[in-house]
Design a protein around this ligand. Structure first.
Ligand SMILES: [Zn+2]
Length: 242
């Protein structure tokens, strides 16, 4: 039974090390997503600015189109003015013409202001696009680094499994099954040390009678609280498997 207990402990030591490395590796894909998502803020900001600039351009185009239509109309009116004989009619048309021309001037001025606004906004857009390119390059480098780290950890996890098969070979199918059931139940840590009467799986103080039984190393005892198989620290130390 001593040998069985020690095999259980040995297997647990290997699996705990592998688990530790795998846990570290698991955090990396999430980190990569977070870093990549960080760019979305900048992309969204640029999107808003581009939409605004497009709106201003459309407004400017509309004003210009309307202006040139009006100007064309005014040219026609001017030719007609020469043919008008009635002074009242002449006055009415020339007043309308004057009003129309003033409106065209105002519109042209507005268009000019818009062009300036567009130019200013474009400068901001260009600057932010340049910044975004920089951020994207940084993110690419960081993601590459994280992917490499991820691969290394996976290799480390594989390397940490060295010797596992040899331990399994020494175990009976029944013992392996017991270990695996425990590992499934406890999230990978099926075996815990008992140190000074405490089960180190969940740090529970054990009944003195139970402690004595565990120290005999003649049976497979489990913690009444976390169900982990308990192996006496003295036994582990004596086998130099600490
Ligand atoms: Zn426990």
């Amino acid at each position: 039974m001593r040998e069985k207990l020690l095999l259980l402990w040995e297997l647990q030591k290997i699996d705990a090390a592998v688990l530790e490395i795998e846990k570290g590796a698991e955090t990396i894909p999430k980190k990569i997503r977070e870093i990549e998502d960080g760019l979305d803020v900048h992309r969204a900001e640029l999107g808003v600015l581009n939409t605004e600039a497009e709106g201003l351009r459309k407004e400017a185009r509309d004003i210009e189109a309307h202006s040139s239509e009006e100007a064309q109309k005014h040219r026609k009116w001017k030719t007609r003015l020469n043919d008008i004989k009635s002074p009242r009619e002449y006055q009415a048309l020339s007043r309308e013409l004057e009003l129309g021309e003033r409106q065209v001037r105002d519109a042209d001025e507005k268009a000019l202001t818009l062009m300036q606004e567009i130019e200013d906004k474009q400068k901001v857009i260009d600057g932010k696009s340049e910044d975004l390119k920089g951020y994207e390059a940084e993110v690419r480098a960081k993601v590459r680094e994280l992917r490499e780290a991820h691969n290394r950890l996976r290799e480390d996890a594989e390397a940490a499994k060295t010797g596992r098969d040899a331990v399994l070979e020494k175990m009976t199918p029944g013992l392996t099954k017991k270990y695996e059931r425990g590992a499934n139940y406890t999230g990978g840590i099926a075996v815990a040390k008992m140190t000074d009467g405490t089960g180190m799986g969940c740090n529970m103080r054990l009944r003195p009678q139970h402690v004595v039984e565990i120290q005999r190393n003649e049976s497979i005892e489990t913690c009444p609280n976390c169900q982990r198989i308990l192996v006496a620290e003295d036994l582990i130390k004596s086998a130099e498997l600490d």
